[in-house]
Design a protein around this ligand. Structure first.
Ligand code: OKP
Ligand code: ZN
Length: 344
């Protein structure tokens, strides 16, 4: 299968984040994507193509206009205050505060348009966000044009980004934009299968009231793990979307036996929906050695994920999300894709 990839992700670098009470170098490192693209080439998955430039018209159907307008302005607003380093928020409009309108000053805007301090912005961040969006849409185009599958090697990732907010290293929800694009280009129904360790709260929020995009999430139980405030099994969709959101929360320590049982059930539910195309939010942070996660999948398990998804026998777009054990992320992500192709 073809991979779409842009070196423009490299400008999104040296951002910091808040971990265990300390400001530390961010885990969402540029080397992550470099390890994956290197491994794709080593195993000979297929050609690696640059993205074509796309406008934001599809993104505007899944994100709020004011949010998309704000994103490219963050770095200039930050430096206009004489600041450097990483732009980060420190105040959020939680219960008991008004969150109905954006304030004027950059610190307030950053809080208004985020749900955590996980989305640092540096000079090259917007260009990386836009390149990641273009990667997803270019790869979607390959599937639309008849490729059985394609790999969007997106960085930054997207599944925590909601209609009007960033969070969890995610700014534009690449998988959601791709799903919307498939809907606008002939797909009657689209399924999003999110196998990242963390619940894809942004994707869930975007499609929660829609029947035309089924959203299935396999993830760590939000009672124990980030993002904490969404991802429970009783969140099943609302209104027209009732029954089209499915969550499989699993406890710390989950290994292949339990995880794959959830995947099997998810695949049954996916097939029952009869989608025309599947978008896989591909996180490999379920890996036993991932530095920020607590599941126990082994390297040998990742090809089995791909093989199971291949059995759906549907056009499939893989969109890169998380995975942080940088040395192994390439092997595990490529393992899913070669497993999909029946190679291992
Ligand atoms: C993004 B993706 C605090 C760090 C928690 C958020 C993790 C975001 C994961 N110790 N940061 O789903 O892989
Ligand atoms: Zn994750």
């Amino acid at each position: 299968m073809k991979t779409v990839f842009s070196p423009r992700h490299l400008g999104h670098a040296d951002q910091v984040e808040l971990v265990a009470g300390a400001i530390v170098p961010g885990f969402e490192l540029p080397s992550r994507a470099e390890y994956v693209v290197d491994r794709i080439k080593t195993v000979g998955l297929g050609p690696v193509l640059p993205p074509a430039v796309h406008d934001l018209s599809t993104a505007h159907k899944v994100h709020r206009k004011d949010y998309l307008d704000f994103l490219p302005t963050i770095w200039d607003r930050w430096t206009a205050e004489g600041r450097s380093g990483t732009a980060l928020p420190f105040t959020w409009p939680t219960r008991g505060l008004r969150g109905d309108a954006p304030p004027e000053f950059i610190d307030g805007l950053l809080g208004y348009y985020s749900f955590d301090a996980g989305c640092g912005v540096v000079e090259g961040t917007w260009d990386a966000i836009k390149s990641s969006h273009d990667v997803a849409l270019t790869a979607a185009g390959l599937v639309q044009a008849g490729d059985r599958a394609a790999f969007a090697l997106c960085r930054p990732p997207g599944h925590h980004a909601g209609a009007g907010f960033m969070g969890g290293y995610c700014y534009i929800n690449n998988a959601a934009v791709a799903a919307q694009w498939f809907r606008d280009n002939g797909a009657r129904r689209v399924s999003i299968l999110d196998v990242d360790y963390h619940h894809g709260n942004g994707t869930q929020e975007i499609f929660y009231s829609r029947a035309d995009v089924q959203v299935i999430n396999l993830h760590a139980d939000p009672m124990q793990e980030y993002p904490y405030f969404l991802g429970h099994a009783d969140e099943r969709g609302a209104g027209a979307g009732e029954g089209y959101n499915l969550n499989y929360p699993m406890r710390f320590g989950t290994s292949w036996e339990t995880w794959s049982a959830s995947l099997d059930d998810a695949c049954d539910r996916l097939l029952a929906y009869q989608p025309d195309v599947v978008v896989v939010s591909l996180g490999v942070d379920t890996f036993e050695k991932d530095p920020i996660s607590k599941f126990k999948l082994k390297t040998e398990d990742f090809p089995k994920i791909g093989a199971r998804i291949a059995r759906l026998d549907l056009p499939t777009l893989f969109v890169m999300e998380g995975g942080y054990a940088v040395a192994e992320i390439g092997v595990n992500a490529a393992g899913v894709l070669t497993g999909f192709e029946g190679r291992s």
